[in-house]
Design a protein around this ligand. Structure first.
Ligand SMILES: [Fe+2]
Ligand SMILES: [Fe+2]
Length: 224
């Protein structure tokens, strides 16, 4: 029997089961010393996905599925950090299948979740490309949980150094620009590239998949 339940992002936000997986996944990442992956990170990603897909005139269905994928994209971390994109996609499949979402819509969501990680992800469709851009550009001081390890942890140091993060989406010129204000007293710009080069290259490819250009501006200098 083909299911055809319409599930809105707003309904997913109220789902206690998903909220539990998000917070438990974040707790396990906290114990491993990772930056914030809480509801704050995933709802921010959902907001940016919505902005990207809305600006470039994608359908309301894609926007809704993109927000759902963004909200659920890191739940696989509750199983293990390694392969969390794929395990998260399988978890999302079970949850959304039980909620009655159609196989077509589930396919879009699990495609995006299973392909969001920089190690093996690929912008296989528009929703996935938007999720990659939203996830990989979320670098900010408030993701650092503890400033104790700043000397030894480059991720903490670089995130902490980002005083301002702004995403400019220009419909006319078809560009998405990540503008960062980086405190170079805390970390040199090279540190940013050391850990984010792979992610920025993934953003480049994701932008191409949406037929737009990805730009990176750090301290008013255009670097990409
Ligand atoms: Fe992730
Ligand atoms: Fe993420």
């Amino acid at each position: 029997m083909e299911k055809n339940v319409i599930i809105k992002y707003e309904d997913i936000l109220k789902n206690k089961e998903i909220a539990t997986y998000i917070s438990k996944a974040d707790l396990s990442l906290e114990s491993m010393g990772y930056t914030d992956h809480s509801a704050c990170h995933v709802t921010k990603c959902a907001e940016v996905v919505k902005q990207i897909l809305t600006t470039f005139d994608y359908s309301s269905r894609d926007i809704n599925l993109g927000q759902i994928a963004a909200y659920m994209h890191d739940i696989g971390n509750v199983i293990n950090r390694h392969n969390h994109a794929q395990t998260g996609a399988v978890m999302a499949f079970r949850i959304l299948d039980n909620l009655g979402l159609s196989s077509e819509d589930i396919a879009t969501v699990v495609n995006a979740i299973g392909n969001h990680d920089e190690h093996d992800g690929f912008p296989v469709n528009n929703v996935t490309a938007a999720l990659i851009l939203a996830d990989k550009t979320d670098v900010r001081r408030s993701r650092v949980r503890n400033t104790k390890h700043m000397d030894t942890d480059i991720h903490d140091r670089v995130n902490y150094a980002v005083k301002e993060n702004k995403i400019d989406i220009d419909k006319e010129n078809r560009t998405l620009t990540l503008r960062l204000t980086l405190d170079t007293e805390i970390t040199p710009i090279m540190d940013y590239f050391e850990i984010f080069l792979q992610r920025m290259s993934m953003c480049n490819n994701a932008a191409k998949a949406l037929n737009i250009q990805f730009k990176l501006v750090i301290n008013e200098q255009e670097l990409l």
